[in-house]
Design a protein. Structure first.
Lengths: 308, 179
């Protein structure tokens, strides 16, 4: 069987179909086996050069991409905007074209502006992978979330998934909604009304304002962080108020009398959206998500490289 | 050109027992030997060899190795990209490894397998066992240690090995490439 991803860039989950997602997952299974070997490296991308362009801070995603690239034997160059000519007034297209003229084959882009990677894919001649663009999408995170969840509870078809927190500013929420729905799951979002976008119901996503009711309904809950760095106004009265209503703690978890899977894309603000006790309990798959992130990204870069 | 049958079930079974006896002669009780089948098409063949060895009361590990990520033709043609399962749950360190595949042609799959094997340790030696050797078509300096039969074939021909488990017959055909 030949490669049949329907896409040439990974710009968002919106552009993937279910077959693509399943093919990515299947390849991820094999890469997961690879990264558990004694020698965790395969030579597949040894003739590919990849630039990681991070115009916004990141720890997990950047390390995970870089590790995935090294495990595939690709050559990697790293770029972060703080130490670059961006501060001298260069445009995004110019920066990227300058890097591409040094014969780079693939670009992993994180950028604060929504749509930056779509824009770039239309204007430069290279394979683009979106590693998070503002409040828009974070496709690799959604894929690793869905993969990790599938690993725990099997097919996501007809499963109930609750996304809690700052939906308005979260690219993870957007990508997660697309990914879960494409895999047949039901999605609800939960959080203060001020942090839930008005258009959300047009995505066939229901809003649950009662956190406990949402927990009782779901098979898995994805707890998101409050993205204060993207907030210019005050969206809820106080952190204390938020924690009481939407923070996940042991008491709330015990009160629903049901075992649910707990996810968090990181970084965690312990004691705010989730208590330490819950973040470290057996139902939490937060570290599995991180482990699977490397294999998912290997799979995506491998499959996209074969189309270049 | 109609497909030409080059081996029937009886001939295949004779070859499998002959190859098994050759292995027994060289490997004594097999306590320092392991068999590794190359995915996808070496697996059923290797299982037949193992079955024959088991009949002779010989117990030996059989691993399954996928070489997809080690191929040298990735991004160079439209060939299969789809990886298969690897199942190697024993140590190959300091063992004699017998790599098993159905057809040896250019030798490139075996090169990839040798590379893939390194990820699991350092065997003391590696041998190669094939059902069919398409001789005079090698692109790399690789030769089998154990071989069923040698076949002379042209570039535009293809050797198809059928196993009862998949195709309801044991047989080997020589066909023209796009037949």
């Amino acid at each position: 069987m030949t490669n049949n991803l329907s896409i040439n860039h990974l710009l968002g989950i919106k552009y993937l179909n279910q077959k693509d997602i399943n093919q990515i997952f299947e390849t991820t299974d094999h890469f997961k086996e690879v990264i558990n070997r004694k020698i965790k490296k395969v030579p597949s991308l040894r003739d590919v050069t990849i630039a990681n362009l991070f115009f916004e801070n990141s720890t997990r995603t950047k390390i995970s991409f870089e590790l995935a690239q090294k495990r595939l034997s690709a050559d990697v160059i790293n770029f972060s905007s703080s130490a670059s000519s961006v501060s001298k007034g260069e445009t995004l297209i110019d920066t990227v074209n300058n890097i591409l003229s040094m014969k780079v084959d693939m670009v992993v882009l994180r950028h604060p502006s929504p749509g930056a990677s779509v824009f770039l894919s239309k204007n430069v001649n290279s394979c683009i992978i979106n590693a998070g663009d503002g409040t828009h999408e974070h496709p690799t995170q959604a894929l690793l979330d869905a993969y990790s969840l599938k690993e725990k509870i099997g097919s996501l078809k007809n499963k109930n998934i609750l996304i809690v927190g700052d939906i308005l500013h979260s690219r993870v929420a957007m990508s997660n909604i697309y990914a879960y729905q494409k895999l047949g799951a039901n999605v609800k979002v939960c959080g203060p009304k001020s942090l839930i976008p008005k258009y959300i119901e047009s995505f066939d996503v229901k809003v649950e304002t009662n956190f406990l009711k949402g927990l009782k309904w779901c098979n898995a809950v994805n707890m998101l962080r409050i993205q204060s760095e993207r907030m210019s106004d005050s969206y809820f009265p106080s952190t204390r108020d938020y924690v009481q209503q939407f923070g996940l703690n042991k008491n709330k978890l015990d009160s629903i009398n049901k075992e649910i899977i707990i996810m968090h894309p990181g970084p965690i603000n312990r004691g705010v959206e989730i208590t330490s006790e819950v973040a470290d309990c057996d139902q939490a798959i937060i570290l599995d998500q991180v482990e699977n992130g490397v294999a998912i990204r290997m799979s995506i870069m491998y499959l996209l490289a074969s189309k270049m | 050109m109609p497909p030409k049958k080059i081996l029937n079930a009886k001939q295949i079974s004779t070859i499998i027992s002959r190859l098994s006896f050759q292995l027994i002669e060289d490997h004594n009780d097999f306590n320092q030997t392991a068999l590794i089948a190359i995915q996808p098409r070496g697996v059923l063949f290797a299982k037949r060899i193992l079955k024959m060895l088991n009949k002779k009361s010989i117990d030996v590990d059989l691993g399954i190795l996928d070489i997809t990520f080690f191929r040298d033709d990735f991004r160079r043609n439209q060939r299969s990209l789809k990886a298969n399962r690897t199942d190697l749950n024993f140590s190959i360190e300091n063992k004699t490894i017998v790599l098993i595949d159905d057809v040896l042609y250019t030798g490139r799959s075996i090169r990839a397998a040798l590379d893939a094997l390194q990820s699991y340790g350092r065997p003391s030696s590696v041998q190669l066992l094939n059902l069919i050797d398409r001789r005079f078509s090698r692109e790399l300096p690789i030769q089998p240690d154990y071989c069923g039969i040698q076949v002379d074939s042209r570039m535009n021909q293809k050797v198809i090995v059928k196993w009862f488990e998949n195709d309801n017959e044991d047989s080997v055909y020589l066909i023209r490439h796009n037949d």
